[in-house]
Write a protein of this length. Structure first.
Length: 258
């Protein structure tokens, strides 16, 4: 049974094309009737639009196998008075979902990712948080990779804001317990009842996705096809309890080991 990340694992961070062996791995799961969930921290496109994109580039799976943070957002963040930060596509998606953006006196600071946050945006977030707004991250990724550059991920920025304001934060997507529990619940609709210890999770985010999953008892599989160019960049510096169980170059290498 698998939880499978998307960006950097199934599709390239560079051009969003399928990574070597990714489509074939999903086809193998389908033909072998192995339960799985595609779990992504997509926030730029609506859930349906991103699912349709994956379908359009050759990934064959039903929507019942798909989960992203936008699908849980209604139950975690009230729609009124939100100061949202992230790419313009994310802001547009929030408005389409019925959220009211407020940069005067917001109740919630909601953070997604983009590569060019300004110092003034950080200053505005800090002012809102010190004035009583709550802090929520759409996910808690460690690094954001784009244009062959690596930027601080949402998780890194949440830590910055928490340190600056002493305001604790909540997380909607990976690696929050609530997100993984929702993924497990949906996985259980595909067959018998599973536990986290039954799951192998595959991701390129060894600090974010896999660290949180390991704490829940999942077997963790790190692929170096995304954020990190090699395991040596990050794995030796991880806490021993959070190091991945297995390391592969990409989905093709995993497929060849099955």
């Amino acid at each position: 049974m698998y939880f499978i990340d998307v960006q950097g694992t199934l599709i390239s961070d560079a051009d969003k094309s399928p990574i070597r062996g990714a489509r074939e791995f999903i086809m193998h799961l389908n033909s072998s009737n192995i339960p799985y969930m595609i779990i992504t921290n997509n926030t730029k496109k609506s859930s349906q639009d991103f699912y349709d994109y994956l379908q359009g580039i050759g990934f064959e799976f039903s929507f019942e196998h798909y989960l992203d943070p936008l699908m849980l957002l209604d139950g975690r963040v009230k729609k009124e008075s939100v100061a949202a930060y992230g790419a313009q596509e994310f802001l547009d998606t929030l408005v389409a979902m019925g959220y009211t953006l407020d940069y005067t006196n917001p109740k919630t600071v909601l953070l997604a990712i983009k590569e060019d946050f300004s110092a003034d945006e950080y200053a505005q977030m800090i002012d809102f948080l010190l004035s009583g707004a709550s802090l929520v991250g759409m996910h808690e990724t460690s690094i954001y990779a784009k244009n062959d550059k690596r930027y601080p991920g949402v998780g890194a920025i949440l830590k910055l804001l928490e340190f600056a304001t002493s305001v604790e934060y909540d997380v909607v997507g990976k690696p929050s317990v609530a997100f993984y529990e929702e993924a497990l619940q949906r996985l259980n609709m595909q067959g018998k009842k599973f536990k986290f210890s039954d799951i192998e999770i595959i991701s390129d985010d060894v600090k974010g996705d896999l660290g949180g999953a390991k704490e829940l008892g999942m077997k963790t599989v790190f692929v170096t096809s995304g954020k990190y160019r090699s395991a040596e960049e990050i794995v030796p510096f991880l806490d021993e309890k959070l190091k991945p169980d297995l390391i592969f170059a990409d989905m093709q290498e995993i497929l060849e080991k099955l």
